[in-house]
Design a binder for this molecule. Structure first.
Ligand code: G3P
Ligand code: MG
Length: 245
């Protein structure tokens, strides 16, 4: 995936314009021409994988409390769209399965594991991906290096990436030190330079910086020749690419 034209990856869907991590947000990202979407996952009490950034319902739904302490049936009672605007009233916290029903197989899905739940998340997530036959469609990433390693050990076929916001002057070394075959680096966009990107790509790594929203920063990432840009505004980046090519 190391093309000269970076992939447009909609962060939590099109979170700049729709309630993050909802089916409406993913749908909007697709309509805007995104090549991929990024989403965050947690687990319910009954071990279902749900799409939500925070460990609790409080910020993005009408409910409150920890996702892990609630069965799916309870999580689904709450509205995940009305906090954003009336237009999105009725959205629910999606099940990961529902995202696969919505998103065509040629669209990259970057699944960010927010909590490994002592390794249970990796096992359950891989079960879902195998059952849905979507192992090749996804890149699984996490800030938790142990979780990334565990995922790859459980399923060598799946692509994994490491998220980080730390300073390093050698991103390739940083990747190697993790001791697992990485598909991609997912750095904060202010932590990389053009030389870092070319060294990583030359070492066979894809580079997907997050979360790049200002037009001048998106332009800079395109100039750096990153593999994909994770942005809340897929439409903005699609427009920019149209003007440039
Ligand atoms: O995966 C990129 C980005 O989503 C990581 O940070 O907090 O937005 O999940 P966060
Ligand atoms: Mg995320």
């Amino acid at each position: 995936m190391n093309s000269l034209i970076p992939l447009v990856i909609g962060h939590r869907g099109a979170a700049g314009e729709a309630p993050e991590n909802t089916l409406a947000s993913f749908q909007l990202a697709l309509e805007q021409g995104a090549d991929g979407i990024e989403l965050d996952v947690h687990m319910s009490k009954d071990e279902e994988i749900v799409v939500c950034h925070d460990p609790t319902l409080d910020r993005t739904t009408t409910g409150s409390g920890r996702l892990r302490a609630m069965p799916l049936s309870e999580i689904r009672r709450f509205d995940a769209g009305s906090w954003h605007s009336k237009r999105f009233q009725g959205e629910r916290v999606p099940l990961l399965d529902e995202v696969f029903e919505l998103v065509p197989e040629h669209i990259l899905i970057n699944i960010e594991i927010k909590d490994s739940y002592s390794g249970l998340m990796e096992t359950k997530l891989l079960d879902v991906l195998r059952k849905k036959n979507r192992l090749n469609q996804v890149v699984i990433s996490s800030f938790d290096a142990q979780c990334v390693r565990h995922t790859k050990e459980l399923e060598p076929e799946v692509k994994v990436g490491i998220l980080y916001n730390s300073f390093t002057n050698n991103h390739v070394q940083f990747a190697k030190k993790l001791g697992v075959e990485l598909h991609s680096l997912h750095p904060h966009y202010q932590r990389i330079g053009k030389g870092d990107v070319s060294a990583a790509v030359a070492a066979g790594l894809s580079v997907y910086p997050y979360t790049v929203n200002a037009i001048e920063d998106i332009r800079k990432m395109i100039d750096y020749r990153v593999s994909g840009v994770i942005t809340d505004y897929p439409a903005k980046m699609v427009e920019l690419l149209k003007q440039s090519y």
